[in-house]
Design a protein around this ligand. Structure first.
Ligand SMILES: Cc1cc2nc3c(=O)[nH]c(=O)nc-3n(C[C@H](O)[C@H](O)[C@H](O)COP(=O)(O)O)c2cc1C
Length: 343
């Protein structure tokens, strides 16, 4: 890979300045939280390399999160954040754990912040980042006091919305990019795309899929092999089989696990019909299913029956390599792209 000239690197730094200032990192690139994958090793590797790592709390208990934050701090002195899922039953205890450790950035994922959560997070000075799935919600979140937004399109791995990254970026950036830093996510595999979103007004970007095969990632060798073999078209969205049971689609590599999810939906829909489950509980069961299935693939290496959550950028993952090399490649590609611009 050719080195970028200082002109390209300088232009990139200038475009990333706001994001860098907000995150306290060297590059305005976040490694999106990935349940089971984004634990101490990947998070510390990302932050140590100059990017910004995020611990995926997922279904962790407050005690486990407490230990994970402490262990991450032991591996890096650079800033990192914690991603919490809004529907976690112990959300407020998890926020307390973050406050206890003076975590500088908290990401709330999985829906709008519940009442009281914004104040609870910000009372100690932590910066709050939320996902904005539409312009109206972006504006509402900013009015509620959210400090930064992630705009994530359906090309992403894991739980997804219905709209593509390119459309969301065009819809949201012109209206809100001057109000709070906005990080674009979903389908980014190369630096040229990072340069393009920065030029559209993004303060930075968030990538997940591209970092899964970092050497420091604890994902099972089978999980990494599946990523390295896959192409974009293998990363498909799950299908909702019952109109009464709204399930958030999940993008993952096709495998036999897809049939297990269909069976799980049938089982939950039947319990719903029989009045044995309320809708909220039914949806929670679906989320528990995903957490278990992802663990089976990431930790146990069962890539047939577990969930291989991956974004469409998976085709651009071609080998296992140190996280610092992945980040450096992205930065060089972005800087090269910017050399072609006028300023
Ligand atoms: C294996 C996997 C697990 C994920 N788990 C979570 C999660 O627990 N919480 C979350 O907010 N996002 C999760 N995501 C989304 C990522 O944080 C990130 O936003 C996304 O991967 C960006 O899109 P990309 O995959 O196209 O780079 C996950 C993504 C993957 C690939």
């Amino acid at each position: 890979m050719n080195q970028a000239t200082s002109i390209g690197a300088e232009r990139l730094q200038r475009r990333m300045a706001r994001g860098v200032d907000f995150l306290g990192s060297e590059a305005a690139i976040l490694c999106g939280a990935m349940s089971w994958v984004s634990e101490r090793h990947l998070v510390a590797a990302m932050s140590n390399a100059g990017g910004f790592g995020l611990i995926a709390c997922g279904a962790m208990t407050p005690e486990l999160l407490d230990r994970e934050i402490a262990a991450t701090k032991a591996l890096t002195s650079k800033p990192f954040g914690v991603n919490l899922i809004t529907m976690h039953p112990a959300l407020f205890e998890l926020i307390e754990v973050c406050n206890k450790h003076a975590v500088s950035h908290v990401v709330l994922a999985g829906g709008l912040p519940p009442t009281g959560s914004i104040d609870a997070i910000k009372q100690n000075g932590a910066k709050l980042i939320c996902f904005a799935p539409a312009l109206s919600l972006a504006k509402k979140l900013i009015r509620s006091g959210v400090d930064a937004l992630v705009v994530e399109g359906m090309e992403a791995g894991g739980h997804i919305g219905p709209v593509s990254t390119s459309v969301l970026a065009q819809e949201i950036l012109p209206d809100v990019a001057d109000k709070v830093p906005v990080f674009v996510a979903g389908g980014i595999g190369r630096g040229e795309a990072i340069a393009a979103y920065l030029d559209m007004g993004a303060a930075g970007v968030q990538l997940g899929t591209r970092f899964v095969c970092a050497t420091e990632s604890i994902a099972h060798a089978n999980f990494k092999k599946a990523f390295i073999r896959a192409s974009a078209r293998d990363a498909t969205a799950s299908v909702q089989i019952d109109p009464r049971l709204p399930v958030i689609p999940v993008r993952a590599l096709k495998n036999a696990g897809g049939d297990l999810f269909t069976a799980k939906q049938r089982e939950v829909a039947q319990l719903l019909d029989e009045g044995k489950l309320a809708m909220a509980e039914a949806q929670l069961q679906i989320e528990h299913y995903w957490a278990g299935a992802l663990r089976r693939a990431v930790i146990d290496g069962d890539v047939e029956h577990g969930s291989l959550m991956a974004g469409q950028s998976v085709g651009m993952v071609t080998k296992e390599e140190p996280l610092a090399d992945i980040l450096a490649t992205l930065m060089i590609e972005a800087a090269h792209a910017l050399e072609k611009r006028a300023v």
